[in-house]
Structure formats: C-alpha cells, structure tokens
Write a protein of this length. Structure first.
Length: 410
C-alpha cells in the first residue's frame, strides 16, 4: 500500500528534484514523457518536457513517477498553465512511496466505461464497523472447533478455555453495544487486546505478519482520541492496568469476532489464579481461529440472512487506470462505507473493441472533501485481457519485460 510522505520530507524531495535534475516519468494520452523541474519549487512546480506534451491544458492532471535512492515515489500534479513550453502546476499536497502497483497510472480514456459490483454476499448489520474487511471464506477446521453445530461449537470453546484459563466469556453485540473501554477499543480497531501480564504495560510491538494486537502506542492513542488530555494519557493508562490488578487479574485477552467489516462480538479469557502460567501469543492464534469458525457457522445457519443486501452493480468515476489496477471515486457515503481495504469487487471495463471482466481488491482508500477514493488491484485478469488493457491505455505493444513486472521479476 502506498504511504503518504510527510510535509517536511515532501518539501525536501521537491527541492531535490530541481537540485539534482532527477527525471520524472509520465504517460499521457498513450505517450511516454520525461519531465524535469525547471526552477526552485515555491508555491508551484514548473516542468519542462523532453518533447511537446499533447493535449495539455488548465486542469490536466499529470501522474509523475521518479526514483530517489532506490525508492519509487509518485505524485499527482494539476496543470495551471503552459507558457513558453514550461508547464506550471500546483504544488502537490502529497507524495507517495512504497507503491503496491506494478504499472504507471494514466488518466482514464474517455471511451472506457467501468461498472463495479461486490464479489460475494454483503450485509447491512447493526454491529460496530471497523475499517478493515475480513473475507468470510470457509475457514480451516481443526480438531478443536467445528462449525456444523453452533451449540456444540460453543461447548468446545468452553472445554478448551477451561484447560487454558481461569475463566472465559463469549459476548455478542446484537443486544448490547460496546460499553467498557475494552469493548470499545477492540470494536473500533478490530484488534485483540492482549495483556500477557498486568504487572507491565501492553506489548510495545506487534510481531505478527498482520498487525492484530493493540500495542501500548495504539492504546494510548485511543485514550487521547476518546477525549483525555494528552498530559493525562500516561496516568489514565496506568489507572487502567491498576484496575486489572485490583480485580485480581494477572493475564487478560479480549479478542473481537469479525464478520466482513463488522465486529459482532468478542471472546474474553483471563487468569486470576496465583501460579497459573500467563498467556502467550499462541492463545491469540487459537481464539482467532475459533472466532473465524464461529462467524462462518453463524452465516451458514442463517444468523445474518435477513440483512443480506442485493448485489447490484454501481458505477464509479474512474480517475486513472493502469495495467494492474485503477483508482475510482464515489460520493455516496452509504456505499463508500462498505468499500473497505481488502473488499473484493467484480469489475467490467467496456471499450469500443473489447469488454474485460476481472476481479479486483481494494488496496487503499482515502477521502478528499466529500468524495471517497478507492485504489483497486486486479486479482484474476485473464492474460489476453491484460495484454489488451496494456496496449489500449499505453498505446504500445505488451512485451515480455512488461509481463515480468506483473509477476515481480522486474
């Protein structure tokens, strides 16, 4: 996922573009250009090109890419005017690094129509939402947890928890909304509150491949965002941990149960017995496995069926497109709320010569004023469709070198 560059570093990089005359690559109207910054950046950017740029006018947006010390960086520049061969553009608000796409972006061709639809079943539920979409694919079963019988599944949890902890509980948010600080933070972040020992602070880092626990930094940010003055955050965090000790808790875990973008409940395990080993990270693996199986069990047993949405097609305004994905905008908040990172879509791209159908995954999202923007990466585009899209938007043949970029070999 692309990472926004902070203002100080952004200003430095824009100046470096001029000082070191670093070339910037741009593809516009099916033509490749090399641009350079012509003067010291101030309130605007002034470019010169290796050849005259076709069709440039006020409001034209350029997608520029350059390399600096091994890092690929991109930004969008909006043209204000062209004078004596120099393009004058607004200074960009953001530069981005850590790009996840394989090909450069170009403005959406005027004769291309794009229609979207959600892949799979979607629901409108009265549960807390998170900013992350979790696929509801069939989870891997284990000898411990089986989804066929919900009552038996919950009984299996009890048997396992009895061997592992002093106590446990399973809470669903259908009839009770998040109230305690623990319930609120796991609902808003979608992460597990893991307290291996109440004698110390929360873990400082999350070493898992996918960030899944509430670290000490995340917890303190949450306290501050909830209205606590910054100067009292440390005191509030210490008081929270003291309340655990006063209650006789030595080790504690609160893990959310996800269904798509919702947190439908949580599982809590705790230890309040002297001499019983504290929880380690393996406890999270098992709890989260159970949570996935439980959510899937609820789905196949019709728990969410009444709230299932019609999977209707919708159109979004395509801002730019590449051979590996596209960026589109959508103003409706109700729909935008369901378009989360990792959501999967079906996309149909229609041109005069060909209709391309492919799956796509949302890899980033952001909001500018009242408009929501979503960056998508194609997931299962057919080779012949990839070739067509490449040649259609870039206006040049698709080579073996281009193909190697897609699979990460160049």
């Amino acid at each position: 996922m692309a990472t926004p560059i902070k203002r100080i570093e952004k200003d430095f990089l824009l100046k470096v573009l001029f000082d070191e005359q670093i070339p910037m690559m741009m593809h516009h109207v099916r033509t490749d250009y090399i641009l350079f910054v012509d003067s010291v950046p101030k309130n605007d950017l002034r470019f010169r090109s290796d050849k005259p740029i076709t069709g440039v006018r006020e409001g034209t947006k350029f997608s520029l890419v350059f390399d600096y010390r091994g890092q690929t960086i991109t930004f969008i520049a909006t043209v204000m005017s062209v004078k004596d061969g120099i393009v004058i553009a607004e200074s960009p608000e953001f530069l981005y690094k850590n790009l996840s796409r394989s090909y450069s972006r170009v403005s959406s061709p005027s004769d291309m129509k794009v229609v979207f639809s959600f892949r799979g079943e979607r629901y409108s539920l009265a549960f807390p939402r998170t900013e992350e979409y979790v696929s509801d694919e069939i989870p891997e079963y284990s000898d411990i947890f089986n989804p066929k019988d919900i009552k038996e599944l919950i009984n299996q949890l009890s048997v396992w928890a009895f061997e592992t902890s002093s106590g446990h509980k399973l809470v669903m948010f259908k009839d009770a909304k998040p109230a305690s600080i623990e319930e609120r933070i796991i609902s808003e972040t979608g992460k597990t509150l893991f307290i291996p020992s109440t004698q110390t602070d929360l873990p400082e880092v999350d070493t898992g491949p996918k960030k899944r626990i509430i670290t000490d930094e995340v917890f303190r940010r949450y306290i501050e965002s909830s209205g606590t003055d910054k100067m009292y955050v440390d005191e509030t965090a210490a008081r929270f941990m003291k309340s655990k000790r006063d209650a006789g808790i030595y080790s504690d875990v609160w893990s959310p149960i996800h269904f798509q973008e919702y947190v439908i409940g949580y599982i809590r395990l705790w230890i309040d017995e002297v001499g019983k080993p504290p929880f380690d990270l393996s406890i999270i693996d098992t709890i989260q496995q159970f949570a996935k199986v439980l959510a899937y069990s609820l789905k196949i047993n019709g728990y969410f069926k009444a709230a299932q949405l019609k999977n209707e097609q919708f159109e979004g305004k395509v801002i730019d497109v590449s051979a590996s994905g596209l960026l589109f905008a959508h103003p409706k908040q109700a729909l935008a709320a369901a378009l989360l990172v990792d959501s999967e879509l079906d996309i149909q791209l229609t041109t005069a010569k060909r209709v391309v159908k492919t799956g796509a995954r949302i890899v980033r999202r952001y909001k500018d004023s009242s408009v929501n923007y979503f960056g998508c990466r194609y997931t299962d585009i057919a080779p012949e469709d990839l070739r067509f899209i490449f040649e259609y938007i870039y206006g040049k043949p698709f080579t073996d070198a281009d193909a190697s970029v897609l699979i990460g070999r160049a």
